[in-house]
Every structure is written in C-alpha cells, then in structure tokens.
Design a protein around this ligand. Structure first.
Ligand SMILES: *Cc1c(COP(=O)(O)O)cnc(C)c1O
Length: 384
C-alpha cells in the first residue's frame, strides 16, 4: 500500500530518479568543471531560456541568478531594490522574514506591514511614500496561495517583489504583473538548494543600478553632508555579495558572481526540460491541483483531520496543510510514516500546530498522494 516514492517534503522536495540519472550520466561531464567555461555557461543559459519559455517572460525582463537561495534575495532586495520604504504582506514565516530583513536595515524607513492570520493571506495595500511592495505567492509555512498582481493604487514606479519559492514550477503567473519573481530551486523545481533565481523587470534592474550608484557615490564623498536623508537614515552599505547589479552583469554572461553548485544547475535543467516536455506550467498547475485536491477532499471527509486553510480560494495547490484532532499527535503519525519510508510530512516548526504538511510539487505522482492518504488512515487506525 506504500507510495512508490515516500518523499512529500515542502523543500527540499522529491528529486525524480530520472534527474539523478541525468546527473550521473550526461551531467557528470560537467561536474568538477569551471563555471566560467562554455559547457557550464551553456547549462546556465538553458535554464534561463527554459524559465523564459515556461513563464512567457517579456523580452525586456531578465533571468538573473546567484548563490544563497531566496533568503539571500531578501537581503539583496533590501540592499538594492527598496528605495526608502517598503510595504509587506505578512501571513506566515517566510513572508515575515523578508519584512524583518527590511525592518533591520538602518538606511530604510520602517516598513509598513500588513499582517494576515496564519491560514489566510494579506496583500500589502497602496500606501503613500511606499516604493516597494512585497509578499509571498505561496506561504510555504501555512499552505496558503496568494494572488499575484500589481497593487492597485500604488505609485506607478513602485516595484512589486513576489517570493515564488514554493509556487514556482507548480503554478502560473503573469510575469508582467511583477518586477521580481524570485525562487529557490529545491521546491517546485525539484532541484537541490543553494541558488536564487529571479525574473526581473527593466524597472527593477534600473532601480538597483540607481541605488547602487548612489550608495557608491556616497561612500566616495562621505564628508559631504548634502544628502538630505543623512539625518534620518544611515548611510546605505551594499556588501558586494548582495549587489543585484553584479548578479545582473554575471547573469548576462550566463554566470554567477561566485561559484555555484553545478549539480543544482544540472538537476534544475533536467527538471525544466521535463516540465516543458509534459506541457509546461499549464500541465504542472493541473497536475499539482489534482494532487492537492485529493488531500483536501480526503481531509474534508475524514473524522480526524481537516484542511487548515478554510478559504478554498486561498488553499495552496502545491503545499497542503491539514490540522489533526487534539486526541491524535502529529508527531506519532509522522514517526510511524517515517519508519515506513514516508518522510517530511511535518507541519512547519515555527507554526507550532498539530498539523501535517504535504508537498505536492510537479515531481510528486498523484497516485502516490492517493496512497499517502490511505497510509495515514492506516497509521491512525493502528494508533487508535
Ligand atoms: C523555502 C522558502 C524560502 C527560503 O528558501 P532558501 O532556499 O532556504 O533560502 C523563502 N521563501 C519561501 C516562500 C520558501 O518556501
């Protein structure tokens, strides 16, 4: 009765055997070779092209990448994209972390944070003086999928930064609605961790260039107190590693600022090729939604668990959360599951709920999701 593959993590997530075969086969030639030479640069280019294809990326947008995962991109955006003040939608651990990063920057005004309860979403609202709006597309900690569109009423040059980390690959968005759609590869793209990838608008690239130039000029002219913000905001410091402009320059040459994990790139390329061959994001979106629906439907009819997210429109189609009755401990179910090879179905630690969380990314077979629900029923039966 076990699923053919027991990996249901929400990141790192299942890597298909075909990807691993590709890594040890065609990809093996590239392992241990320079990321500045044509073979690895071609690999990076094929990932960039693949993302363009998947998202029908407008010609003037760029696919930029670097090391450090989505977490690094929060600090890059804080350093190089927020001009003075950002507004955040905060409705779970990941969306809260970016807001916290911006709040800690002494050269920015305190952000405006629009908070939503766990299990719901809250988009930032148009606010005077705000030049950057940010939220997570899929809040991986709670299993909530938020809309992605420009914030109505925002200044026309305000940037929209959307964290697509767990949504990317399993859902579709209209990229022209955002200025940065960024993600790590170890979730929907079923690769390994370590990288961030961002689809950037010309406005975002131009904003970073302007802010970075101003910060550099300021350093070179530090005795000049003519900066009108000097009294209220600290001088901006952009660590070279966090320079978005450096990342853009390197990405235009199909490289990263510093050495990337080549295996992560190889696994990513194979996944993108696979997704395109299956029919692209319309296919993955349908596939993931089907898998998710099996769990929501099962939980709704179960006598011991129920979907955590009440609003059907907010329910994630890639990360599904279910709350358990108080008389059942999630930890007991998770332990038995793991003893049988079913792993990583625990809820997000920081949320502290008696909950299961199941990643149903494109790589996960729908038939396995069905079997998982039967296995959980069986475990619960034995625990009772
Ligand atoms: C996992 C995740 C992150 C963090 O990704 P890292 O690669 O660990 O930096 C950020 N945002 C969301 C929505 C995530 O799911």
């Amino acid at each position: 009765m076990l699923p053919s593959d027991g990996r249901f993590g929400s990141g790192p997530s299942k890597i298909r055997q075909a990807q691993l075969d590709y890594l040890s086969d065609a990809g093996a030639q590239l392992m241990g070779t320079s990321h500045r030479q044509a073979p690895v640069r071609d690999l990076v280019a094929s990932i960039q092209d693949g993302i363009r294809t998947l998202y029908s990326v407008p010609d003037d947008y760029e696919i930029v990448l670097g090391n450090g995962g989505a977490t690094a991109f929060w600090d890059i955006a804080t350093a190089c994209l927020i001009e003075k003040r950002a507004a955040f939608g905060s409705f779970g651990s990941f969306s809260a972390k970016f807001a916290a990063s911006a709040a800690s920057a002494p050269f920015l005004d305190a952000p405006v944070v629009f908070s939503g309860d766990y299990g719901t979403y809250k988009l930032p609202e148009a606010t005077e003086g705000v030049d950057t709006y940010a939220w997570a597309h899929n809040e991986t900690s709670t299993g909530v999928l938020a809309p992605v569109h420009r914030i109505a009423g925002a200044d026309s040059d305000a940037l929209m930064l959307v964290d697509g980390t767990s949504a990317a690959a399993g859902t579709y968005i209209d990229v022209s609605e955002v200025d940065a759609y960024y993600f790590s590869p170890q979730k929907g793209f079923g690769s390994d961790g370590g990288l961030w990838i961002a689809i950037l608008s010309p406005a975002a690239i131009e904003r970073a260039a302007r802010i970075e130039k101003a910060a550099g000029d300021f350093v070179g002219d530090s005795n000049d107190s003519g900066n009108d913000n000097a009294n209220t905001r600290a001088q901006r410091w952009i660590p070279p590693f966090l320079s978005l402009t450096s990342a853009v320059k390197n990405s235009r040459k199909n490289q990263t600022l510093n050495t990337p994990a080549i295996a992560t790139l190889i696994l990513m390329k194979n996944q993108i090729d696979w997704i395109i061959s299956q029919g692209g994001l319309p296919w993955t979106a349908r596939h993931c939604a089907q898998s998710a629906e099996i769990i929501y439907n099962w939980a709704e009819h179960s006598d011991y668990c129920k979907p955590f997210v009440l609003d059907r429109d907010a329910r994630s189609t890639v990360v599904v959360t279910v709350d358990l009755d108080d008389n059942l401990a999630a930890a007991d179910i998770i332990k038995q599951a793991r003893a049988n090879g079913i792993v990583d179905i625990a809820g997000y630690r920081g949320l502290g709920r008696n909950q299961l969380r199941i990643g149903v990314f494109p790589s996960v077979d729908t038939a396995d999701v069905q079997k998982l629900t039967q296995c959980i029923d069986d475990i619960v039966e034995s625990l009772r």
